[in-house]
Design a protein around this ligand. Structure first.
Ligand SMILES: [Fe+2]
Ligand SMILES: [Fe+2]
Length: 144
């Protein structure tokens, strides 16, 4: 699978947000890096190690996504952004999905990384190019 990476088209032109999005892409790419070994038909050399690595990245992603969503949501309320509710529901959905992956991981091995990666890349592109792009005008108006 092609490595997920930052593209200029993801840029919103809001520095604080772009910096955070770049970091998110980086974490998602780290997770993607776990995949090649997972697809090895002979199985894992060390399943416990794979699982631990995946867990570590998922924890990091959870923490950073919370931080990032909180940043956006703080501005939504400060700037009275009109699609805040709808947007926050998307964030909430994401949190729930990541939590469910974390729970699944407890009972399954690191092969889950492919499923998680596919979800993340998809969600990120869709959210960033749609929902996040929508608030740019409002944020710009308020000097960001
Ligand atoms: Fe967002
Ligand atoms: Fe975002």
């Amino acid at each position: 699978m092609e490595q997920f990476q930052w593209k200029d088209q993801y840029k919103l032109g809001i520095e604080i947000i772009d910096t955070q999005h770049k970091r998110l892409v980086q974490i998602i790419a780290e997770l993607g890096d776990l995949i090649p070994s997972s697809l090895n038909s002979t199985g894992y050399k060390n399943k416990a190690k794979e699982k631990k690595a995946l867990q570590k990245i998922l924890d990091e992603l959870t923490q950073y996504a919370h931080f990032h969503f909180a940043t956006e949501e703080k501005y939504f309320s400060e700037f009275h952004y009109k699609r805040a509710k709808e947007h926050e529901a998307q964030h909430e959905n994401f949190r729930k999905t990541i939590d469910s992956f974390t729970n699944k991981l407890a009972t399954r091995d690191g092969q889950l990384s492919m499923e998680i990666s596919a979800f993340l890349e998809n969600w990120f592109k869709h959210h960033l190019l749609g929902f996040d792009r929508d608030y740019v005008e409002t944020f710009h108006k308020h000097g960001l």
